[in-house]
Design a binder for this molecule. Structure first.
Ligand SMILES: Cc1cc2nc3c(=O)[nH]c(=O)nc-3n(C[C@H](O)[C@H](O)[C@H](O)COP(=O)(O)OP(=O)(O)OC[C@H]3O[C@@H](n4cnc5c(N)ncnc54)[C@H](O)[C@@H]3O)c2cc1C
Length: 405
């Protein structure tokens, strides 16, 4: 535990996923006393590869992570199943110059990125084996009660406890989780000869997505690749997942059909049924704030769930600004956090859900029309620029304290 636990500076964080660890690192940088409680005995990130974008990398660099060899620089293309390029993900030269980080998305093994974050936590901050049961707010304090009978009193409580968050359920009620209609098969493999190391492609057939992205695993080059298909809470799961996924990628242009042969399916493929919650109008209540999946679980169409969780922790602590956690400063800081994050994150969640519906739920005649538009007009590129990148670029340019130029 932190040696000091000073009234007015005590930040209790529930959940040591990427969001909780980011919040802890940001809070320590602001001079707060931090205790980070995690229900598992040994926190580990789920899944294989992950894409993180430039603002997230800038935050991680600010915490002290060396970006050299952290992830792979990549150009991203959108393609149809036959390999025809529909759009390139454009880069903003001003963002590149200000942050000193070229491109936009970087691929890496999730466990590698998370391990580097955990390494930055001073000894004793992380308290594993503590599952939150409930919290209580009385006057200017908040007390967290754990299933093992222990409790802790703090000044604020941060719910970073994921999609089934106890903190945000208590603050905002039942989350009303719903299946967004897609399932993801996410896999990774080592480098394959002849596949360029700095090009990623997101490809769509009429009703499926199959994509690949270069990444680094333990510093070595490789690829994450994935398939997205329509699903529902009652959709049967194929008995032979490998055969199912192989059959899907075999319908896509090279190099996609080559990835399965290079993949260790037993250890390096993950299935993800995607759930969301209705968007919240605010992420804070009283002395409790939610971050990451606890307030905005997001479909993989955003490639931003881990990224947004990391950013949230940074923004939340920046909003509190290292001030003593009085009723006034908490109210003002939480209001600023809500102002900076709620519309932005809800937009990305809703956009990702919309993209999922557009690519996987349209009936065939509408899907044919969609593909004609995407194959023969700049519509997709314009949409990505306007709805996906524009706000993120504005936010990144506003984070001047993280700039190098
Ligand atoms: C297969 C897969 C692929 C993905 N790909 C990407 C990607 O490419 N890019 C991207 O940005 N995102 C991606 N995501 C999303 C990303 O993983 C999540 O959005 C991210 O992990 C959210 O971080 P978080 O810290 O908010 O929550 P979580 O990672 O869910 O962490 C919550 C933590 O809280 C703990 N906890 C839960 N309940 C309690 C309790 N009661 N008491 C104490 N501790 C508790 C949990 O054990 C866990 O450690 C992917 C997700 C999956 C499943």
């Amino acid at each position: 535990m932190t040696e000091t636990w000073r009234p007015g500076r005590r930040v209790v964080i529930i959940g040591a996923g990427p969001g909780g660890v980011s919040t802890a690192l940001a809070a320590l940088k602001q001079g707060y006393d931090v205790r980070l409680y995690e229900r598992t005995p040994d926190p580990k990130p789920i899944g294989g590869g992950v894409l993180l974008s430039v603002p997230v990398l800038a935050v991680l660099r600010h915490y002290g992570i060396d970006l050299e060899g952290f992830g792979s620089y990549t150009r991203t293309e959108f393609r149809n199943a036959r390999g025809k390029v529909r759009a390139n993900l454009p880069f903003n030269p001003l963002v590149e110059e200000k942050t000193g980080i070229p491109g936009w998305h970087y691929g890496m093994l999730r466990s590698n990125a998370f391990a580097k974050m955990l390494d930055l936590l001073p000894e004793g901050i992380l308290i594993p084996g503590h599952a939150l049961d409930r919290y209580e707010e009385t006057g200017d304090t908040v007390t967290a009660y754990f299933e093992n009978g222990e409790s802790v009193e703090g000044d604020i409580i941060i719910g970073a406890d994921g999609i089934r968050s106890k903190v945000t359920e208590q603050a905002f009620g039942d989350p009303g989780l719903f299946h967004v209609g897609v399932r993801v098969w996410l896999a990774w493999c080592p480098q394959i000869e002849g596949v360029p190391p700095n090009l990623g492609a997101i490809s769509h057939s009429r009703h499926k997505q199959a994509s690949f992205f270069p990444m680094l695993h333990d510093g070595k080059p490789g690829f994450e690749w994935w398939v997205v298909e329509k699903s529902s809470p009652t959709a049967p799961v194929p008995e032979n997942a490998e055969a199912h996924v192989r059959a899907i990628v075999s319908g896509f242009a090279d190099p996609l059909p080559r990835f399965p042969d290079a993949t260790d399916f037993a250890n390096n493929m993950f299935r993800w049924e995607v759930y969301n919650r209705p968007s919240l109008p605010g992420y804070t209540k009283g002395r409790a704030a939610g971050i990451g999946d606890a307030v905005h679980p997001v479909s993989p169409y955003a490639a931003y769930g881990m990224g947004m969780a990391i950013e949230d922790g940074y923004y939340l602590m920046r909003a509190l600004g290292g001030q003593d956690l009085t009723a006034q400063t908490v109210k003002a800081g939480f209001a600023r956090y809500d102002e900076e994050r709620v519309t932005y994150c809800n937009h990305h969640v809703e956009l990702a859900r919309k993209l999922g519906r557009m690519f996987h739920a349209l009936p065939t005649p509408a899907a044919v029309l969609r593909d004609l538009v995407f194959d023969h007009t700049p519509f997709l590129k314009v949409t990505m620029e306007k709805d996906y990148l524009a706000d993120s670029e504005v936010q990144t340019l506003a984070l001047s304290e993280l700039h190098v130029a």
